[in-house]
Design a binder for this molecule. Structure first.
Ligand SMILES: C[S@@+](CC[C@H](N)C(=O)[O-])C[C@H]1O[C@@H](n2cnc3c(N)ncnc32)[C@H](O)[C@@H]1O
Length: 314
């Protein structure tokens, strides 16, 4: 595959060949790239699969500005937490419920969002405390950092950052408010944790992840979107999800496990009485991770975990 063609300075698509290969067997029709970003996966899908059209979705207006004109591509700006409504708006000609050939979710933030200091996502770059992926987010990071009480801050750092020193960090933030920018926040966090915790990775990493998840209500959006994708994909169609941290991956794993479940009768019953038939099958026995070569070339791919399922009946 001509990787160069699909990479941009906006974002380098992760596990590009693996993703395309997973979609090769799906029936002709629409694949929804729910996280269009710089469009790397979309362009590769369009190039490799001539009978596929792509609906790109992204909540970020900067991603919307990246969309390249292609007669087989539609794009809609919006939050995939409201995927059903986005599908109705962008594909009004749909006749059936289970008719989408595939869904791709490449979760998390794009390199563009991380690299532009004004977006406020990075603890390495001084910028405003924003972190909104799109204008639909109700609050910005500054509202959370300067407005939430100690208990709520500690709760989100613990829950969304799995941060051991959540309460100490929350108390330090409240004591030093107002906090005006990302660099100041990163310093406050670094000074709040014990010296030993500063050695391995940046001490603000988990706090920034937690704030981003809270601001964008990321986990709720993933849960809602997976339900719509599982409802809407056609027989033979596939759902491919790449997660970049364990909170997201856990949601994907649980939701897929429920979809894969068939007969729930106890093993001693010879003939099924529950009537449940599995509607999905796993496409890969184990989750797929990027190769060492890819991680070397693109270190941001390191934490990616890919899971995929295929609908086998309705
Ligand atoms: C990792 S990037 C995707 C990169 C893309 N696959 C590419 O090849 O360039 C994730 C993208 O998903 C978008 N995104 C994250 N959560 C979203 C949501 N709930 N609704 C819509 N877009 C979302 C982000 O704005 C970001 O552009």
């Amino acid at each position: 595959m001509d990787r160069e063609h699909h990479e941009t300075s906006y974002h380098q698509p992760v596990m590009l060949e693996e993703v395309i290969d997973l979609f090769r067997p799906v029936p002709p029709g629409w694949i929804v790239d729910a996280t269009h970003g710089g469009g790397g996966h979309t362009r590769a899908l369009l190039a490799a699969l001539p009978e596929i059209n792509v609906l790109g979705v992204d909540r970020d207006p900067d991603a919307a500005a990246q969309v390249r004109v292609d007669p087989r591509l539609r794009f809609i700006q919006g939050n995939f937490g409201a995927l059903q409504s986005l599908l109705s708006q962008a594909l009004p000609e749909r006749q059936a419920q289970h008719d989408i050939s595939g869904f791709l979710f490449d979760l998390g933030v794009s390199s563009h969002q991380l690299d532009v200091p004004e977006r406020g996502f990075s603890y390495h770059r001084k910028g405003p405390l924003d972190m909104r992926m799109g204008p639909d987010a109700a609050v910005a990071a500054r509202d959370v950092v300067n407005g939430y009480g100690v208990d709520d801050l500690a709760r989100i750092f613990r829950r969304f950052g799995e941060e051991r020193f959540a309460r100490r960090i929350a108390a330090a933030i409240v004591a030093q408010r107002p906090i005006g920018d990302t660099a100041t926040l990163a310093t406050v966090v670094a000074e709040a944790v014990p010296a030993a915790a500063r050695r391995r990775r940046h001490p603000a990493r988990r706090v920034f992840q937690a704030l981003r998840i809270e601001v964008n209500q990321e986990l709720q959006a993933v849960e809602a979107a997976l339900d719509v994708a599982l409802e809407s994909v056609c027989v033979g169609g596939r759902i491919v999800v790449m997660a970049y941290h364990s909170l997201e991956d856990r949601i994907v794993k649980r939701r897929f496990a429920a979809a894969l479940e068939g007969c729930t009768c106890p093993p001693e019953i010879a003939v099924c009485v529950c009537g449940k038939v599995a509607q999905f099958k796993k496409v890969t026995r184990k989750p797929i991770r990027p190769s060492e070569g890819e991680i070397e070339e693109n270190p941001r791919a390191r934490s990616a975990v890919l899971r995929a399922v295929e609908r086998i009946s309705i």
